[in-house]
Design a protein around this ligand. Sequence first.
Ligand code: SF4
Ligand code: SF4
Length: 381
Amino acid sequence: MDNFVVSAVACADYSEANVSSAMDAALNAISGLEWVKPGMRVLIKANLVSAMRPDQAATTHPSLVCDLVKRLIGLGASVVIGDSPGGFFTVAALNHVYNATGMVSAEELGAELNRNIGVSTININGKVMRSLTYTSYIDDCDAIIDFCKLKSHGMVGMSGAVKNLYGVIPGLLKPETHYLYPNMNDFADMLVDINEHFKPVLTIVDAVVGMEGNGPTAGTPKKIGVLIAARSSFAADLIAAQIIGLDPLEIPTIRASIDRGHIPANYHELAVCGNVEALKIDDFKASIPKSVKFLGETHFLIAQRFIEACLANRPMPKKNLCVGCKKCANLCPAKAIKMVKGKPHIDRKKCIRCFCCQEFCPKAAMVVHRPLIMRLLQKGE
Ligand code: SF4
Ligand code: SF4
């Protein structure tokens, strides 16, 4: 089955030569571009979450995007590169992001950087999502390539291919959409709904240098040295988790993808081209959302929720780094943040742990805090 075919290859760095040979190997192994026809308009949905430099490792690296652009144009396609970063979805904001992330180099090769800021709403018949408001430039494209960055993520543990499609939602609507799905498993199901709806034809994961720790925007660049390609975003994430040493069942989006039959629970059941075990790293730092497996099954829902709330990751302001800009308070969808003496104060009862405040703090002053008991328990695993 095409959807179970994945390739994972070594890519030491972003030099043109290494990128070119890694892309050759990753794409050829899965016949990754055989569907491209002359005249097609192909969208590269990169991760352009914020106006950050490529070396900060929050966004898809421009060397990889440029290599793919050349291949697609060589096959006769026209290429548009797009994403909806956090904040205002305006042409000025997009231009700022394209400049900072190096996407302008892809424009010089003939790709179009999306500047259509139109928005549409449709009904979809997802498992949890009924109405989807999205950036409508996508409608002008014949096929989508999901080109993500592999990063740690405060809410769902790992940001990879499935999470990357959250970027179809216009920037300012992202916190609101979080608020509609405050439960982590519902949020993961909503992300799977979006992936089912848009059906990317090809997924590529930039795991050459990923981000660990306080991701997805304020973490630390981490060399992983891998490029992954797949015909399914779900399968790409399963392999990505394996490579950075995470238990796939601990990642809500992967768990939801398995439950919904998109991928098997065990990556050995995928048709993998490449030696995943040899590419694996064992020191990637991620904050897995919560793991209450040690409690076993509990039938007392209220007790379970209480325990989970106590053990869950939570946002925590670092007051020495905070400059009091109020951005976190202004975008918090739960209105859980109040500024007290110029610093954010979080009402834990209102907080839905969406981590929007952490993701978009311009000073990396909001961090993912793991309760001590979870740090001790996970150390012992
Ligand atoms: S967004 Fe960051 S810097 Fe600004 S007030 Fe919040 S924690 Fe402080
Ligand atoms: S305080 Fe932060 S994590 Fe909590 S709801 Fe507000 S934005 Fe989300």
